[in-house]
Design a protein around this ligand. Structure first.
Ligand code: PMP
Length: 386
């Protein structure tokens, strides 16, 4: 059979208790395994069983979308208060990743003489650029970072698609559109109480959410978009039909079960958001303590903020630490960390300076503990200020 659990890459032995010497702490990817202990505690209720003869059709009773799942996603937004869903259409994607290009396509003009310009503000999530460049349609093209676009006269001012990630990946800050144009894609993958205060429900025309960061099931490849305008919605639906004929019906079944558990346990002892918030708040506090003991590194500043979900002021609990190397000679911050046995994601990947690098705080507890241990060792080498 399949093994029931795997050791972290830095541990071996029957109980995964033997630390492999000189193993690097991998804080690169945004794999949301910090929620695994939550689902271990809710193992029975979250299980689904699908017989071989079940759900074999291309279609559900209502085309490609499970009506029950749509109903539960809407109920989840209302219960959390993080998005206004009442006046929006909903589309599912294979991860929010699939919807990124679907939305760019849908927001691009049909018959314009020049393609739409797609922009984002640095530091930004690299996939917007790589996906837009990969598909490189006649209707749209990647035009780089927003501030450069504002200062450039060579780009058409009419067809503009702006990505706004809020909270932002990598720095966890809440952002608004810089250009204030009509076609803004708000990526709210991290707008959940695990990662951020929820000051008010988001109510933009195009909003993107990710199952990976909501329940932690990145493997299921599930995301959704809330869309106000019917024409945009219809173009996204058309894209999905031509591309994959919708999202795996198995995945929809699993996500439905997970959201049922989340809703049933909310605001009680088994609240997933309380669990996620406490876990990440604790990690952020510990990392801050270590980093602030030296002047060689600094982290992004996030202030405590009132959260309508918890109905109180809450401490920061970002998904990532956006590390700045303060010394001039530490030009390549990711390299500095790498020499200390820490794998991070360089600022250059986010179109920021190499003086920054990103550490993921949402992996397993073992991953985090190892990261912290290596940071303590690195920082204790001293702040040889220059
Ligand atoms: N948007 C942002 C800002 C992300 O950080 C991620 C995943 N790291 C995604 C979208 C894509 O997530 P998924 O495809 O797993 O839903």
């Amino acid at each position: 059979g399949f093994p029931t659990c795997e050791c972290n890459a830095c541990y071996a032995g029957p109980d995964c208790a033997d630390l492999i010497p000189d193993c690097a702490a991998d804080a690169d990817s945004g794999d949301p395994l910090f929620l695994e202990p939550y689902w271990r505690r809710h193992a029975a209720g979250s299980t689904i069983v699908v017989s071989g003869w079940h759900r074999m059709s291309y279609r559900t009773t209502n085309g490609y979308i499970s009506v029950e799942l749509e109903r539960h996603i809407r109920a989840l937004h209302r219960a959390v208060g993080n998005a206004v869903e009442e006046d929006k259409f909903i589309v599912f994607g294979s991860g929010s990743t699939q919807l990124i290009n679907a939305l760019v396509y849908a927001l691009s003009p049909d018959n314009a003489t020049s393609p739409a310009s797609v922009v984002a503000t640095a530091p930004y999530y690299a996939l917007y650029k790589s996906q837009t460049n990969l598909f490189d349609g006649r209707e749209y093209e990647w035009k780089g970072i927003t501030s450069e676009w504002i200062n450039s006269s060579s780009v058409s001012t009419t067809n503009l698609i702006e990505f706004v990630t809020s909270p932002n990946n990598p720095d966890g800050l809440l952002h608004k559109s810089v250009l204030g144009g009509q076609s803004v894609i708000y990526d709210h993958a991290y707008y959940w109480p695990h990662f951020s205060a929820i000051p008010a429900p988001a109510d933009e025309d195009v909003m993107l959410f990710s199952g990976s960061k909501t329940s932690g099931h990145a493997s299921s490849r599930f995301g959704w978009a809330l869309i106000k305008d019917q024409k945009v919605y219809e173009k996204v639906v058309q894209y999905m039909q031509v591309n994959t004929m919708g999202v795996s019906r198995d995945t929809q079944l699993r996500v439905l079960q997970l959201i049922k558990v989340i809703l049933a346990e909310m605001e009680g002892k088994g609240d997933i958001f309380e669990f996620g918030y406490k876990t990440l708040k604790d990690r952020w506090r510990k990392l801050n303590e270590v980093v602030s003991s030296s002047n060689r590194f600094s982290l992004q500043q996030i202030s405590p903020q009132y959260c309508t979900y918890f109905q109180k002021m809450r401490d920061p609990s970002p998904a990532y630490a956006w590390v700045k190397c303060e010394f001039e000679e530490d030009e390549d911050c990711a390299e500095v960390l790498k020499e200390a046995g820490i794998i991070s994601r360089s600022g250059t990947i986010f179109e920021a300076s190499s003086g920054y690098t990103r550490l993921s705080l949402i992996k397993t507890q073992d991953d985090f503990d190892l990261l912290l241990q290596k940071m303590v060792a690195l920082v204790s080498k001293g702040g040889v200020s220059s």
